[in-house]
Write a protein that binds this ligand. Structure first.
Ligand SMILES: O=[N+]([O-])c1ccc(O[C@@H]2O[C@@H](CO)[C@H](O)[C@H](S[C@@H]3O[C@H](CO)[C@@H](O)[C@H](O)[C@H]3O)[C@@H]2O)cc1
Length: 587
């Protein structure tokens, strides 16, 4: 019998472009349309539908998790979906995406790193690259092969609910932190424990008028190119495998419909050779109405979107796109280009050879090694803004320390949004060390008293530490169009502490600068902690002087919310300037 020749696309000895061309030549129109379709895992009622509709990708939206929500269970879920995908005639594996934006944050027990705004304060690109490697290991250990990160937004107005997802307010700072892509993708994307990274959200998401999430970025092209494009140029140079389009508009045109910026600039001028994915229901929002229309499908695909994060009505999407192709309103060349881009990444990731979870990485989820790295990141991210009379560092021995504040003993609050659920939540939502626990661990020979509201404080204490700030939010839920001050609970707690006559150290756990100028004179010290994640011990390392704070503001700190947007070089007079940060001692 004639030797069964393995098709070229399955021959690992062939160059990727040859494998892609061979596979493309074997694909039907429906095979190709399916590759461009990404569905939410919750929309898959029968895994057989993955092969039936030739789906190219699945995702977990924020908080979309298997039960139980363990690394093992994720790996089993992924392998189940992949096994179903491989029953299709051409056996093309799916690629599965998640938002691991500060660790594998959907997974209970995963290491939660500081959100990007804290990483920006470290000014340590090498550290951020190492974090990318650790996140890639934890994500790989659950089977997942695609991370919708990093967000390379340049946050220009702190009212924006996604300010904490930004490394900072300058293109230089965001560009410097694209080292995380090297960590996520490895030296070669087929490296073990490497995953596909995503530069998002292209372009100008952090520059909307008023800091309105999904709003309109009203800038000249020269301004857009100077402020918001550079991090994407840097990411493309580093070989980022995918780019996600922003919900926002540029001068009134929805980014998901912007052919000039997606095809001419990103793919042409910048030379991006990976694939472009829409945001969640991003094409639906082009006309501002619920659901997607044939025109929105046609417009976004012709603009250069290669894969659509539908995420639920994927059958209707495929049917609509098929009709547009058959009517000649979407050229076959566009469909083939999108497929080439997607398949190239799947081959480069090694998905055809190793389609299932590499269980050697499952044990890295929440590992002591990763938590130690996260604690180092917490230490380096702390920004000391005030330290009158050297009230910091605190004494480990023989001191009476009073700790107060809603964010002192709350893993959920210190982790912020995109933690276990999309919006995040207060409480003991995942294993970690709260800031209070970190303080207790340090001050074993001092007396530490905690009361959330400061009840019981009196003049007998040597110092009071108030851990205050924001509770978790994500995206538009975090927009602050009005005031940006502390909430009533925090203000009451601080008043009570102030009344005791004891020196007050404020630790601000927040996703952005808050309007605190009026209260600041009553505080003896102020430490900006940002959203440190599960390793609150790193905050205590700084409070007790085991680490000499070196963090620098990644964003300008307003004197008043009325100053927003306020950014370095705009001539305004801030409370603390971009780059500001005190140390305990030189060196
Ligand atoms: O109940 N509602 O009213 C409601 C409204 C909007 C929702 O919208 C959806 O909720 C989230 C959780 O389901 C989804 O993750 C996205 S967010 C989007 O998704 C991508 C994939 O997760 C990320 O990479 C992007 O960075 C991010 O901008 C969407 O906003 C959900 C619920």
């Amino acid at each position: 019998a004639p030797v069964q020749h393995r098709p070229a696309y399955l021959d690992t000895g062939k160059p990727v472009p040859v494998r892609v061309a061979d596979l493309l030549s074997r694909m039907s129109l429906d095979d190709k349309l399916g590759q461009m379709t990404q569905a939410e895992r919750g929309a898959i009622t029968d895994p057989a539908d993955i092969a039936t509709h030739r789906l190219g990708s699945l995702l977990s939206g924020g908080g979309s998790v298997p039960t139980p929500n363990t690394a093992q269970s994720w790996a089993d879920m992924y392998d189940g979906f992949q096994r179903a995908a491989l029953t299709s005639p051409l056996r093309i594996p799916i690629i599965y995406g998640v938002d691991a934006v500060h660790g594998h944050n959907n997974v209970h027990g995963a290491t939660i790193f500081p959100h990007n705004i804290g990483l920006g304060a470290t000014r340590d690109p090498k550290l951020v690259g190492r974090i990318g490697g650790a996140v890639a290991e934890e994500v790989s250990g659950t089977g997942v092969d695609w991370d919708f990160a990093p967000c390379l937004c340049v946050a220009r107005n702190d009212r924006w609910g996604r300010t904490y997802e930004s490394f900072g307010e300058t293109p230089e700072l965001a560009s410097s932190m694209t080292t995380i892509i090297d960590g996520l993708q490895g030296r070669s994307s087929s490296d073990k424990g490497s995953i596909l990274a995503t530069a998002k959200h292209y372009v100008g998401d952090g520059g909307t008028t008023g800091g309105v999430d999904q709003g309109d970025t009203e800038l000249t092209e020269q301004q857009l190119r100077a402020i918001h494009l550079p991090p994407f140029r840097a990411a493309v140079r580093r070989g980022v495998g995918s780019v996600m389009i922003s919900y926002s508009s540029w001068n009134g045109v929805k980014m998901h419909a912007n052919r000039y910026l997606i095809t001419d600039v990103l793919k042409g001028e910048l030379g991006f050779s990976g694939f472009v994915v829409s945001d969640w229901q991003g094409i639906d929002k082009i006309d501002g109405q619920e659901g997607f229309t044939a025109e929105e499908v046609r417009t976004s695909i012709n603009a250069g979107v290669d894969m659509v994060m539908v995420p639920y009505d994927y059958v209707s999407f495929i049917d609509t796109l098929r009709a547009e192709v058959q009517a000649g309103r979407v050229p076959m060349s566009r469909i083939d280009d999108a497929n080439r881009r997607i398949l190239t990444k799947k081959f480069q990731l090694g998905l055809f050879e190793r389609p299932f979870t590499d269980r050697r990485y499952t044990a890295t989820v929440g590992s002591a090694e990763h938590r130690a790295l996260a604690r180092q990141a917490v230490r380096e991210s702390q920004v000391l803004l005030k330290n009158d009379g050297g009230v910091l560092p605190l004494g480990k021995n023989g001191q009476k320390i009073f700790v107060a504040g809603k964010n002192a003993d709350d893993i959920g609050n210190q982790s912020g949004g995109w933690t276990i659920t999309w919006q995040g939540s207060s409480g003991p939502i995942t294993p970690g060390t709260t800031i209070l626990q970190g303080i207790r661990d340090k001050a074993r020979s001092s007396a530490v008293t905690y009361d959330r509201n400061g009840a019981g404080i009196d003049g007998s204490y040597d110092v009071a530490v108030a851990v205050v700030g924001e509770t978790p939010y994500a995206e538009f839920m975090g927009d602050r169009p009005a005031g940006m001050g502390l909430d009533a609970e925090d203000l009451a707690t601080l008043r009570r502490l102030k009344g005791s006559g004891v020196p007050v150290v404020v630790v601000l756990v927040s996703g952005r600068p808050l309007d605190i100028a009026a209260e600041l004179p009553g505080w003896d010290a102020l430490l900006a902690s940002w959203l440190p994640g599960t390793e609150g011990g790193g905050v205590a390392d700084v409070l007790f002087g085991d680490y000499n704070p070196a963090g620098k503001l990644p964003v300008t700190w307003m004197r008043s919310a009325a100053q927003q947007p306020i950014n370095v070089g705009d001539g305004q007079d801030p409370l603390f300037p971009y780059g500001y940060g005190l140390r305990y001692r030189r060196g």
